[in-house]
Ligand binder design. Structure first.
Ligand SMILES: [Zn+2]
Ligand SMILES: [Zn+2]
Length: 267
């Protein structure tokens, strides 16, 4: 009734989604009133945030592909351990090495590691795009999140900081601490250090015409273990983070339930 509406004009503005709650601000995009439940990073109302987030394609499909590729890459790396151990024994006993087999498995494993890395970066790109659309205060762009892996020196530090930042913005500090980020990055760095030492030092000592030395085989075994560890930790990270991204998306799809107020949005 008119009189009721007139009576409300003087009182505090109300949230269109929660008529019982007072508005704390107006949306920067559409100008509608927003209550503290609906208030969102970036100053937009939940409808506007939902529209811009739902306009960004989902990262679920990329996560699925990345997980399959990471699992295969980890499997091939783990297979290399007994294989190279056997080659090592054969080399010690007979001085001969099944070269084509070693090369074949090495290239196969490189191929899967590369495919997994490409899938992972495509997924990271999409996750950063989504979080930024949700108003998360990430200090990177989706493109930069990919390029930082290719820039020498920076790529020893930045990708770890990025993943930690993504995890904190997506699920809060406790969630980020629950992910095996240090294990993942530690194994990754160790594999890279071993590879450098192997290429610069070990391969130059006592290698006869393409036949790998015993020392090089031992290095290859350790590198395989590190690569498998990196891939398996990465599987855990992608699974947990994608589950968080799914939750956030579902929170935005529901109209009447407030978005989960975890540390991520409170921070
Ligand atoms: Zn709005
Ligand atoms: Zn509200």
């Amino acid at each position: 009734m008119l009189s009721a509406v007139e009576g409300e004009v003087e009182s505090q503005p109300r949230c269109p989604h929660h008529p019982a709650r007072e508005a704390v601000r107006t949306c920067e995009r559409c100008g509608r009133y927003v209550c503290s439940w609906c208030e969102h990073d970036g100053g937009q109302c939940r409808d506007c945030v939902r529209l811009s987030v739902l306009a960004v394609p989902d990262s679920r499909a990329r996560a699925r592909w990345t997980l399959r590729l990471l699992e295969v890459a980890a499997g091939v790396s783990l297979l290399k351990v007994p294989l190279f151990f056997w080659v090592f024994i054969a080399l010690e006993e007979s001085g001969r090495v099944p070269g084509p087999l070693v090369d074949g498995v090495t290239y196969l494993s490189l191929l899967f590691a590369l495919a997994a890395q490409v899938g992972f970066l495509m997924w990271v790109h999409r996750v950063v795009r989504q979080l930024k659309a949700q108003g998360a205060d990430l200090e990177t762009t989706p493109a930069m999140a990919v390029w930082m892996w290719l820039i020498p020196l920076l790529n020893w530090v930045k990708p770890y900081q990025l993943m930690k930042d993504i995890a904190e913005k997506a699920g809060g500090a406790h969630f980020a601490a629950s992910l095996p980020l240090s294990l993942w990055w530690g194994a990754n760095l160790l594999a890279r250090v071993l590879e450098q030492v192997d290429q610069r030092v070990v391969r130059k000592m006592g290698t006869v015409e393409g036949v790998p030395s015993s020392a090089s085989l031992v290095f290859a075994i350790f590198m395989s273990l590190c690569s498998a560890g990196t891939a398996l930790a990465c599987v855990q990270i992608v699974k947990a983070l994608q589950a968080r991204m799914d939750q956030r998306r579902e929170g935005l799809e529901g109209v009447d339930t407030p978005i989960a107020e975890d540390e991520a949005t409170a921070a």
